[in-house]
Design a protein around this ligand. Structure first.
Ligand SMILES: NC(=O)c1ccc[n+]([C@@H]2O[C@H](COP(=O)([O-])OP(=O)(O)OC[C@H]3O[C@@H](n4cnc5c(N)ncnc54)[C@H](OP(=O)(O)O)[C@@H]3O)[C@@H](O)[C@H]2O)c1
Length: 334
């Protein structure tokens, strides 16, 4: 089958390849991939930025998000049949969406929202799971709470904004002025143009902040929280709890050291800090599928590329040209 594999950890380490169709285990489904989306995580994994934590061994197939059709079902799989349309963010160390076929643990697969095309469905698993886990699992956002979502025009921010509105929150978001109408249409109550306004000068008393921009933004975000409020970062620094999620408890002291300054700053300000690295979940994807199908949330796509142009699609995203999600598609497969 055709696939895009990381042959070495490097910015030019992704190559088109012809490789065997993957073997699948008794708890797996084999999926004919119809569309896959690009995430910033693809670049980071390809470049080896995560190689100490996620020990992929080149060559391996890249790609974290997909939608497709089930072609084989493992002996122990009960909830899927051949021909089912599905979407998935496969678990770490079992990624490989940039391929014609992927074997996925059935626990990471959900039925595709019926109202979405394969391209739309491929755009959502990673960002929708991250949004749900940040706002529901970690922050337990309640109606009436105030939530600041950074980068509301991006793949993640556009989804977090919609999920926060669904939970009944008052949502402020930072975005370029050109994207103000777009983020308002997604439900943002307040839009702060990051090119002209310092969000910390206009916001205060927030319950939750979701930061995806980096340390400077995270530190500043903590100043707009109410006492006891929660800052969640999806870009780090990782906190000790992440060692447990990785199943590497010995890393706890390392991650405690890496996050010591931000945790100290949170304590000084009387707020809380949590790092989030989303995880695969079929149950949450099934819940989210209902929200897509009843129109509560919707995918936000920039453009699609043919599957053969996956390297160009990644370059488009890396060059900062994308405005929300970019998808590679195999088109109609006979
Ligand atoms: N840990 C996790 O589980 C997890 C999950 C999802 C994403 N992430 C991380 O979150 C980050 C964002 O991911 P993404 O998929 O949303 O990327 P994306 O689609 O590329 O979006 C990035 C957005 O940031 C905006 N932006 C840039 N500078 C800004 C600023 N100063 N203020 C406000 N917005 C600004 C960009 O807008 P312009 O067009 O104006 O530049 C763009 O809309 C990445 O680093 C990704 O790795 C982590």
């Amino acid at each position: 089958m055709k696939a895009f594999t990381v042959t070495k950890y490097s910015p030019n380490g992704l190559e088109a390849a012809d490789i065997p169709t993957p073997a699948f285990g008794p708890h797996d489904v084999l999926v004919d991939v119809r569309a896959a989306s690009i995430n910033p995580l693809d670049k980071m994994v390809r470049n080896g930025e995560f190689k100490q934590l996620l020990k992929y061994k080149p060559p391996f197939v890249l790609g974290h998000d997909l939608a497709g059709v089930v072609t084989q079902v493992g002996a122990d799989v009960e909830n899927f049949s051949i021909g089912d349309e599905v979407y998935s963010r496969p678990r770490d160390l079992r990624i490989g969406a940039f391929a014609e076929t992927i074997a996925i643990d059935a626990d990471d697969v959900a039925h595709k929202p019926t109202s979405l095309s394969f391209e739309e469905a491929a755009a959502v698993p990673l960002v929708a799971l991250a949004a749900w886990q940040a706002l529901v699992d970690v922050a337990d956002v309640r109606a009436g709470q105030r939530v600041l979502v950074h980068a509301g025009a991006g793949g993640l921010g556009s989804t977090v904004t919609q999920v926060a509105k669904h939970l009944g929150a008052h949502v402020a978001t930072t975005a370029h002025g050109k994207d103000a109408d777009k983020v308002r249409a997604l439900g943002a109550d307040e839009v702060i143009d990051y090119t002209s306004t310092d969000f910390a000068s206009v916001l205060s008393g927030y319950d939750v902040v979701l930061d995806s921009l980096g340390l400077a933004s995270l530190e500043k975000s903590m100043t707009v929280l109410r006492p006891g409020g929660l800052a969640i970062s999806v870009v780090g620094p990782p906190d000790p709890a992440f060692a447990t999620q990785l199943g590497q408890p010995l890393l706890k002291p390392v991650l405690a050291f890496m996050s010591r300054k931000i945790r100290r700053r949170a304590k000084k300000l009387g707020v809380r800090y949590s790092f989030l690295f989303m995880r695969a979940s079929c149950a949450q994807l099934e819940t989210l599928a209902q929200l897509y199908d009843n129109g509560t949330i919707r995918p936000v796509l920039d453009r699609t590329f043919p599957f053969a142009d996956t390297i160009e699609a990644m370059a488009f995203v890396e060059q900062g040209k994308a405005n929300s999600k970019v998808v590679v598609t195999r088109g109609t497969v006979a």
